[in-house]
Design a protein around this ligand. Structure first.
Ligand SMILES: O=P(O)(O)OC[C@H]1O[C@H](O)[C@H](O)[C@@H](O)[C@@H]1O
Length: 459
């Protein structure tokens, strides 16, 4: 595993004192960081914060591999039904390590319909044969409306194709006991994998949530968790100035205090593109909070934005270089691409193309990254780089763990609970109420009254 973090362009010496951080400023957080580290260690040991232990669950990996090897032979298609933390990690693994164009992988063909757009879901039916499809339903709570709805949608076709044997094409990943998927699984012999109760959805990628689709696609899941375990060691370093999770958290904490409320993740790699989607949920849901742990209203958080290099240089970078200086940009860089064929100028009459001669697309991409980095730095825009030696399972696993540990640290520095999501719950409850779910009658009445009173302004 080789993942390196380059923080040079947040340091005041390179960025200027108005927007750069003094080393002593970061250093001044070390003492608080130590207290946060102790607190997190206690929680990891007491098993209240389960994501720390996910890279070491060997029995779970063996169970997944055994299941996946059999499933690869039995099924031609795999459909992953889940949303948010139950989808973004698995998608990121698939597009980074398997097939960067969705849905085109070899058998079994893999699909992640993580939305309830009826036309999109309907289109999927054209690409699969339901009777030869494994549906993997993933929901920590076992009740999320979108996931339940897509399960019911496909059930119609499963019942048509397989009659009472429909359950043979279903597997669930959910809480060990709680939730409606367990009620179904008690009735039918459906294979269930478990998300430990102490692992929140957005911290669950290294559990069966992310590893089953990966194993079915033929990704080396042992390498993913090996990379994560190596990174876990680095993130446990007592020397906090050498601890990548702490430094990442401290830098962002200090910038949040300075009003830099946007966190842009910009991979210069299509394969790493969806890691930024995964990061968005992690950073947004964990740190976007109204109250701190003492009950004070703090309304903290950073809005995570996804951009893609070099594509978005031609769309977003103008704003990043000259617009409001309210962002911290995180580049993801690949040092060694797998394919690096040299270009040749086939139009010698066009001398302007000669600078491409012998250069590869990878070189162009990385020079473009360097150029954007320079432009940002010269305009006092803080930016840092997470360098992947290559796009490998080890490095992707390490990336997941790094950002999870950094998020936990950042939550501690901000003195907020990084592991709940009360704001999202409000929307979930309102959806249940509007859909007329049992037990939500009072809420439904309240919402309908509220909607009636609302002044409308439709143009
Ligand atoms: O895995 P599930 O329980 O179905 O939850 C799916 C998602 O639901 C909500 O949106 C939560 O805020 C997310 O954190 C969670 O990942």
């Amino acid at each position: 595993m080789s993942l390196k973090l380059d923080f040079s362009n947040v340091v005041d010496v390179n960025l200027g004192s108005e927007h750069g951080l003094g080393m002593e400023e970061i250093q001044s957080l070390v003492e608080k960081g130590r207290r946060v580290q102790q607190e997190l260690r206690k929680k990891a040991e007491a098993d209240t914060l389960g994501f720390y232990k996910l890279p070491y669950k060997k029995d779970v990996f063996t169970e997944i591999l055994t299941f996946a090897n059999a499933a690869r032979k039995r099924f031609d298609y795999y459909v992953h039904l889940g949303i948010g933390g139950s989808a973004l990690g698995p998608i990121a693994i698939h597009t980074s390590l398997k097939d960067s164009y969705y849905n085109l992988s070899e058998s079994p063909k893999i699909f992640f319909p993580d939305n309830v757009d009826p036309d999109w879901i309907h289109d999927l039916l054209k690409h699969i044969d339901v009777s030869r499809t494994l549906f993997h339903v993933v929901s920590k709570s076992g009740a999320t409306a979108e996931t339940a709805a897509t399960l019911l949608y496909f059930m119609k076709y499963l019942k048509e194709a397989l009659k009472d044997n429909f359950y043979k094409n279903l597997i669930f990943t959910t809480d060990p006991v709680e939730g409606l998927l367990n009620v179904i699984a008690r009735e039918y012999p459906i294979k269930c994998f478990r998300i430990p109760p102490n692992v929140g959805g957005r911290f669950s990628v290294l559990s069966p949530v992310g590893l089953i689709s990966a194993a079915i696609a033929g990704v080396d899941i042992e390498a993913i968790v090996r990379g994560a375990a190596e990174m876990a060691q680095q993130c446990d370093n007592d020397d906090l100035m050498q601890n990548p999770a702490f430094v990442f958290a401290a830098v962002h904490y200090l910038y949040m205090k300075r009003g830099k409320n946007i966190s842009v993740m910009m991979p210069y790699s299509n394969k790493l593109r969806d890691l930024a989607d995964w990061y968005r949920q992690l950073w947004a849901e964990s740190l976007g909070k109204r109250y701190d742990v003492h009950g004070n209203v703090v309304e903290v958080g950073q809005t995570p934005v996804k951009a893609l290099g070099a594509t978005d240089q031609h769309s977003q970078v103008q704003l990043y270089v000259e617009g409001p200086n309210d962002k911290v940009i995180i580049f993801l860089e690949v040092e060694q691409f797998e394919h690096n064929e040299p270009l040749h100028n086939y139009f010698p009459q066009i001398g302007e193309f000669n600078y491409f001669e012998g250069k590869s697309l990878g070189q162009l991409l990385n020079y473009e990254k360097q150029a954007t980095e320079l432009a940002l730095t010269n305009n006092q825009r803080p930016n840092l780089t997470i360098k992947f030696s290559e796009v490998s399972a080890e490095n992707v696993g390490a990336f997941f763990f790094l950002l999870e540990a950094a998020t936990a640290f950042a939550g501690g520095l901000l003195e907020i609970n990084a592991f709940d999501q009360p704001g999202v719950e409000q929307g979930k409850i309102a959806t249940y109420a509007l859909m007329g779910r049992k037990g939500y009658d009072k809420k439904r009445k309240e919402i309908l009254e509220q909607l009636e009173k609302k002044r409308s302004f439709v143009v």
